[in-house]
Design a binder for this molecule. Structure first.
Ligand code: DSN
Length: 449
């Protein structure tokens, strides 16, 4: 792939920014659990002439002419998703996860209806009814929580469902390190007559690869993004299960009508093509190995971090993700310090709230890390030992740095800490080791800079 050579001549500023991003991805350890590296072929399909086409409608029922090949592409994506996730109906057109989830609301609920989802600060997603999202404004949102041990509080879910009789219950998360309890949620949803919708955006690749139980037998609808553990392009799907069709035989049609013309215009056909390819990749035996390795790596990384004295929410992980509670060892609100120290060492993660957050959502007490992207590079348990050591060495540098509660003092404290870290010989030493490790696991060798 020599396209930067061409782009440099046309738009050197853009070419340089894009080349720098390739270098950044190659030379850092990407630990944000919702990110991944799509295969070079998925990226090639994404950068295709399919971006030129308008295809409002669905295969065989389009509003514009010239869609005979787009129909083939979209049918490939649909058929592969149906086979991979074992569902009778799939819509591959949602632009991303939030629009997919909003389409589910629009199909099933009226404004003001009661819905339930995991509280954002306990690991839930914005679109599961958080107050700042329209899903928390248009609907009567009742949040459930995790217990002090970090596990979802099923007793509270049951109590709230019986009390509030929600129309829709979400089971899904963005910062939950344990297996999602689909069977328990199904019992509760069935008891109160609610639609149960699983948002498997984070774990879709694990489900596809058999490394996490599938929600398909328990829920009515499954939504997912396609670019996280699934390693596809940035997009989303809505899947209707047999159980969903039993509850409402028109559910597939209802979802389709809500996505288009209800909420969206033309689908992004280049994304659909890349998704069709990603789904083919995810149906190969190697993908099962990949999904299992993501979990093995997360478990190994978690154990190595625990051994060094860091506190993991729930004490470990069942999936691709680890949530580290820094409050006990370094004080409340220190997640931002940890994120900055790690960033400067070439380790990319995000600060995150922890259950019963003692600080604030903007200055939380934890960091969230995950193994999908480093596993895509081919790293295994041996490398997890090294990475745990690098994380620990960097995080230890926040010792003695308190996060003030006053807003202005806080901004100053973060600035001072960053300056200190920029000049820290220890950070430079870790960054050199990170660079060496990344060099041993080349990323996108096909891309010439
Ligand atoms: N932004 C995603 C995540 O990081 O989990 C969720 O939408």
């Amino acid at each position: 792939m020599g396209e930067f050579k061409v782009l440099e001549g046309i738009d050197p500023k853009l070419a340089e920014a894009m080349k720098s991003e390739v270098r950044r991805q190659r030379n850092t350890l990407e630990l944000i659990p919702s990110e991944n590296f799509a295969s070079i072929n998925v990226i090639r399909a994404l950068g295709s002439v399919l971006t030129n086409k308008y295809s409002e409608g669905y295969p065989g029922k389009r509003y514009y002419g010239g869609n005979e090949f787009v129909d083939v592409v979209e049918n490939l994506a649909i058929d592969r998703a149906k086979a991979l996730f074992k569902v009778p109906h799939v819509n591959v057109q949602p632009y991303s996860g939030s629009p997919a989830n909003f389409a589910v609301y629009a199909a099933l609920c009226k404004p003001g209806d009661t819905i339930m989802g995991l509280n954002l600060q306990d690991g839930g997603h914005l679109t599961h009814g958080f107050s700042a999202s329209v899903t928390g404004k248009f609907f009567n949102s009742v949040a459930y929580h995790v217990k002090p041990d970090g596990y979802i509080d099923i007793d509270e879910v049951r109590r709230l469902a019986v009390e509030n009789k929600p129309k829709l219950i979400w089971i899904g998360a963005t910062a939950y390190a344990r297996a999602l309890p689909f069977a328990e949620f199904a019992k509760i949803a069935d008891e109160v007559g609610a639609y149960l919708v699983s948002d498997i955006a984070h774990i879709a690749g694990l489900v596809a690869g058999g490394a996490h139980e599938s929600p398909v037998d328990y829920v009515h609808i499954v939504t997912t993004t396609t670019h996280k553990t699934l390693r596809g392009p940035r997009g989303a799907m809505i899947m209707v299960t047999e159980k969903g069709l039993k509850k409402n035989p028109d559910l597939g049609n209802l979802i389709d009508k809500t996505v288009f013309p209800g909420l969206q215009g033309g689908p992004h056909d280049n994304t659909t093509a890349a998704l069709a390819l990603a789904l083919l990749e995810a149906s190969q035996p190697q993908f099962k190995e990949y999904a299992k390795q993501i979990v093995k790596n997360a478990k190994a990384l978690g154990e190595e971090l625990s051994k060094r004295g860091l506190t993991l929410v729930t004490g470990g992980t069942d999936n691709h993700l680890i949530l580290i509670d820094l409050s006990k060892r370094y004080g409340p609100g220190t997640g931002a310090f940890a994120q900055d120290a790690l960033d400067l060492a070439g380790i990319v993660c995000n600060k995150n709230t922890v259950p019963a957050e003692p600080a604030s959502p903007f200055y939380p007490s934890g960091i969230r890390i995950g193994t999908p992207a480093i596993t895509s590079r081919g790293m295994k348990e041996e490398e997890m030992g090294l990475i745990a050591e690098y994380i620990f060495e960097a995080v230890e540098l926040i010792e003695g740095h308190e996060m003030p509660t006053d807003k202005e003092k806080r901004a100053q404290a973060i600035q001072t800490f960053k300056e200190e870290m920029k000049n820290s010989p220890k950070i430079k030493e870790i960054a050199a080791k990170v660079l060496e490790l990344c060099g041993r696991f080349p990323l996108y060798p096909e891309i010439e800079l």
